[in-house]
Ligand binder design. Sequence first.
Ligand code: ADP
Ligand code: MG
Ligand code: MG
Length: 202
Amino acid sequence: MMIDRDIRKRLIVAVANRIIAGAEELTDLDRAIGDGDHGSNMRRGFEAVLAAADVLSDKSFGEYLTAVGMTLVMKVGGASGPLYGTLFLSLGKSLADDVSREQVADAFAAAIEAVKARGKSDVGHKTMLDVFHPVLGALRGGGDGLPERLKATARRAAEDTIPMKAIRGRASFLGERSVGHMDPGARSSELIVDAVADVMEG
Ligand code: ADP
Ligand code: MG
Ligand code: MG
């Protein structure tokens, strides 16, 4: 499939607006098991991405993803900024304008490994990785109705962080008391996947 300028722009607008609209909820989730800034961190980053949407969308898909990643590193802050930044910087290394689903899946798999290395974290630690990993599985599966399945997978994966005990991030300081709350970074990852799937549906 061809990721042309129109799609690049729509991806930024959809993802940024979803994060901005969800900022209060993300902050509420982070207030329960963190320091209550995940929504404001993410909103700051994605407002900067949205403000640069036209300039960013003029770039090739690879350079665009790299520029999004650098903007997130600079603007989001906290633990999530460098981690989301790493994800997009890694995607930017391998994706061209014309990509197959398999190439996107391979790039996403490599990006997940980069986030794990950066965060010294893994699946099951109650983080954004607990959404990325199942979403990669759904992407690899492909088939009809993929956008809807990506959304359902991300939604379930974020919910599945509720009973987990946090092993990484600020929530890990709470130990057992982190159980019973959705991880804020898992929820922001779900919002991003949901917005991307909306654009896929056209
Ligand atoms: P901070 O915790 O520094 O205030 P944020 O609140 O913006 O940063 O982001 C918190 C989110 O970042 C967590 O909910 C979790 O999903 C993610 N996160 C934190 N540490 C890690 C890590 N080591 N690996 C993967 N994700 C992490
Ligand atoms: Mg926080
Ligand atoms: Mg913080």
